[in-house]
Write a protein that binds this ligand. Sequence first.
Ligand code: ATP
Ligand code: MG
Length: 426
Amino acid sequence: MGAIQAIRGTRDILPGEIGYWQQVEMVAAQILSRALYQEIRTPIFEQTELFERGIGEATDIVGKEMYTFRDRGDRSITLRPEGTAGVVRSLIEHKLLASGGVQRLWYKGSMFRYERPQAGRQRQFHQIGVELLGSADPRADVEVIAIATDLLQALGLKNLKLDLNSVGRGVDRIAHREALVNYFTPYKDELDKDSQERLHRNPLRILDSKDEKTQAIAQNAPKIIDHLSDESRRHFDRVQQLLTDLGIEYQINHCLVRGLDYYTHTAFEIKSDDLGAQSTVCGGGRYDGLVAELGGPDTPAVGWAIGMERLILLLQKLVSAPALVPDFYVVSKGDSAEAQALILAQKLRSVGFRVELDLSGSAFGKQFKRADRSGAIACLVLGDSEAQNNTVQLKWMATQVQQAIAQADLLSNLDNLKQEIERHKN
Ligand code: ATP
Ligand code: MG
């Protein structure tokens, strides 16, 4: 029988790569907590209806990308394709929006979309996202954008571009919609198939078609910002002013849209030229209509999601994977030495050192080779004579300087030992 393989569009994240993931998650947790965002964890499957209402039936996600199945109780269940709908469902269910205050939340986890797998596009992928609910102020839009740029910058990523647009509010879009239909109708036969279908159903979405020919036609399409109401215009101007005040560069992208009524005002994407076709690392915007759409109290909101796989593809071009390296590699041979080595390793771990214990029982020479390969700062060696005297050989790997020391002394002078380890790391 053949060996079983991972499902197409899914990937194992192996130990050689996990350092990137942990680094991103650590830096994200740090940056988000500094802005008082709290983590929320919601289930990875929900009632299908949540996504139909919360993402919209006319979208690619709901139309053709969802993993939907019937469970044994004949309920329609969907693996979450994104994070926002579940977060909003949860906040409504637990009445956390009732008081009218501001909620700052973040999440991370797996998302599922049935798409054609390629670099930076998978069927199970991961996002980190934030949601800021309860403020309609342009400063909220700018706060979440600034957090995204901070995070990407803290990870050392450069050459990222922020694309910005405003889709106004539903009422602003009525006139724009008509202008779009008038503009695209003469080109109908040249549009890609999806866009032809959208021409009357949701012409705004033609603007973000990935088809090159359609994109070229869309370049000259009527711009939504020419149809913004004064109020929407003011919001958009203020967002731009505040971004400039913060020193965050951006460019207006008239084709950047979210095609559904509950998306309002700001839409943005952060892109990299180093990602090929899958260039968007972070996508977000304001969604003032969503909470009410899902049955909650009218609550303005803004958020974004970063695609972890794409982020890590970028990181991999910059730095090698952070590795887990021992402070001490413990080498031992002989029953009583091996028992003492085990105890010593546990004691050193309990006071905070990273300790790898060689379990092979092989000759010292072979154990030393493994100690070398481990990248350890120091090696601790216990043989019969050390076991008899309750001592240990402490050998600094970089200098090969070795000294015998009583085990009790090693453990009694921990500050000194930590300093020595730090000194040898540099
Ligand atoms: P795209 O246009 O690339 O399909 P999207 O508009 O569908 O992206 P969003 O729903 O805005 O993406 O999700 C936010 C981010 O999540 C994207 O910018 C991307 O980084 C990441 N992402 C989305 N779909 C996938 C996927 N199938 N595999 C990997 N990452 C993804
Ligand atoms: Mg997509």
